[in-house]
Design a protein around this ligand. Structure first.
Ligand code: FDA
Length: 479
């Protein structure tokens, strides 16, 4: 192999090499009429779909592992790097664009999306190109609504990127996060080898479960342990306006959110003038009401707020947040709106934020609608896992995670919105985790830093083949 790709990439030879092993209908080059639509199909943030965006030299859409292996081997031989895209939800678009001019091929896993559920063993194999919605749908159908998987809320998130970076959702207090339940995986490494858990070894298997796949290879599929859920769960959405005491209720929520029984998860969507409390309870409304009256009466949650439904329905109910039931088949919908661009950031809170500060935060949210904060409680199972068990270290002692987002109409530059989020992030510094100030890997934020490439080396991978702007830097110099 050529040791590392360089600026002297030979694009023609690379494409020729690909065509020897991969059917031409799976390769989209600059001259293919459909390359633009194939690229756009899984761009979720229109901010990275502009004439100035650095695009791939070509896109390969593997239908089996050998196509991914061949792309890596050809890339190594002819000096072309690859980036991998599963669901395309990377908040900075790093799965399909490069920040600096760079020649790269895109391996797009949209064709590798099967889900095979083994109900008797309560496990499933899921390909990286499936969405979490497709996984949830298959699991709920195969188990008669009695098994679930614990990953993110947005059904269109790709399994590949999501699992590589952690993956949390409504079941995090009861069962932890996606990576806590991954029991095997199949990966193409920088030599083009196809490795399962045993073949890749303990360290690599540890690393791909939370520190990002982009440093290590192409994860093609995952074996996951499923978890039991009651056939009916309870859910509520209770919006509280600032005029009706949202600041006090939110201040109290900080004490109870991470300390409630593990069966109960209550997150808060904080927007201009409102705090909306959204919940999943693994039980009935009758059982939930006394818990709420005893532990969190300040919210004023009552019977009229509570609905019972299957776990899979609760994902959509909470995600859409309209208060109306959504058909479970919507979990299979892969399309998302391309009307708005967005920028996000994140924080972890280990000590409750004072009431006066929450009042100021509402001032920030009033400054630039549609700024939003999503506050997810920890505690329970997510916090019980030892910090070093996986690369996701936000465990014991975390009260909650904060997600900050601002968005703007696609086509605008969003400069005031990006500035807003940076200013709010600076304002929050005294009130959030410190030394280090923690952030969630999957809420990708290039403001936190980028790799500096020196001598064409940036990443941990000994061959330095897989890398992006935030992949893991080398521990040892690469010769
Ligand atoms: P994408 O394909 O863009 O990949 C993301 C990164 O992983 C890139 O660096 C990519 O190269 C790498 N990668 C992708 N597939 C790989 C593979 N097979 N092998 C190796 N590397 C691979 N998170 C959360 O925990 N809970 C939540 O509820 C939500 N909700 C949510 C909603 C919305 C609308 C968005 C846009 C995002 C979220 N997220 C989230 C964050 C989400 O977990 C994060 O963006 C994931 O990386 C998305 O995975 P995709 O496969 O879709 O991204």
């Amino acid at each position: 192999y050529a040791p590392t790709p360089s600026s002297s990439a030979s694009s023609g030879d690379f494409l020729h090499c690909l065509s020897a092993s991969i059917p031409s209908k799976l390769i989209f080059t600059q001259s293919s009429p459909s390359i633009t639509s194939v690229l756009a199909a899984y761009i979720r943030n229109p901010r990275f779909s502009t004439p100035g965006t650095v695009r791939p030299l070509c896109i390969v859409r593997p239908t089996n592992a050998s196509h991914a292996q061949a792309t890596v081997l050809c890339g190594r031989r002819h000096g072309v790097r690859v980036r991998v895209r599963s669901g395309g939800h990377d908040y900075e678009g790093l799965s399909y664009r490069s920040v600096q001019p760079e020649t790269f091929a895109l391996v797009d896993l949209a064709n590798l999306r099967s889900v095979r559920v083994d109900r008797a063993r309560a496990t499933a194999w899921v390909d990286s190109g499936a969405t979490v919605g497709e996984l949830y749908y298959a699991v709920t159908k195969a188990s008669g609504d009695q098994l679930a998987f614990l990953a993110g809320l947005c059904p269109t998130i790709g399994v590949g990127g999501h699992f590589c970076g952690g993956g949390f959702g409504l079941l995090l207090r009861k069962y932890g996060i996606a990576v806590d339940h991954i029991i095997d995986a199949v990966l193409v490494d920088a030599q083009g080898w196809l490795l399962d858990k045993k073949a890749m070894g303990r360290e690599l298997f540890w690393a791909i479960r939370g520190s990002g796949g982009e440093s290590f290879g192409i994860v093609l599929s995952w074996r996951v342990r499923l978890v039991p859920v009651p056939p009916k769960v309870a859910s509520f959405i209770v919006p509280v306006s600032v005029n009706d005491g949202a600041v006090d209720v939110l201040t109290k929520w900080q004490e109870v959110g991470a300390a409630l029984p593990d069966d109960l998860f209550i997150r808060v969507i904080v927007t201009n003038g409102w705090a909306s409390f959204q919940s999943l309870y693994l039980g009935t409304c009758d059982a939930l009401l006394p818990v709420m009256r005893g532990r969190f009466p300040e919210l004023g949650m009552n019977r009229s707020h509570c609905r019972e439904m299957s776990w899979a329905e609760s994902v959509l109910y909470v995600y859409v947040g309209s208060g109306q039931p959504i058909p479970v088949t919507d979990l299979l919908n892969r399309t998302t709106s391309m009307d708005t661009s967005y920028k996000v950031a994140s924080d972890y809170v280990r000590r409750a934020i004072p009431r006066d500060v929450w009042a100021e935060i509402f001032g920030w949210l009033a400054k630039l609608d549609p700024g939003i904060m999503i506050v997810d409680p920890y505690g329970g199972a997510i916090s019980a896992v030892p910090e070093a068990a996986t690369p996701f270290p936000h465990r014991g002692g975390v009260l909650y995670n904060i997600y900050y987002q601002n968005s703007w109409a696609a086509g605008n530059d969003g400069e005031p919105n990006v500035r807003w989020i940076r200013d709010l992030y600076a304002f929050m510094a005294p009130y959030v985790s410190k030394n280090p100030r923690e952030a969630y890997f999957n809420y990708r934020d290039l403001d936190l830093g980028r790799n500096v490439v020196v001598g064409n080396v940036s990443s941990y991978n000994p061959d330095d083949y897989f890398r992006n702007e935030q992949s893991i830097p080398p521990l040892v110099p690469v010769s």
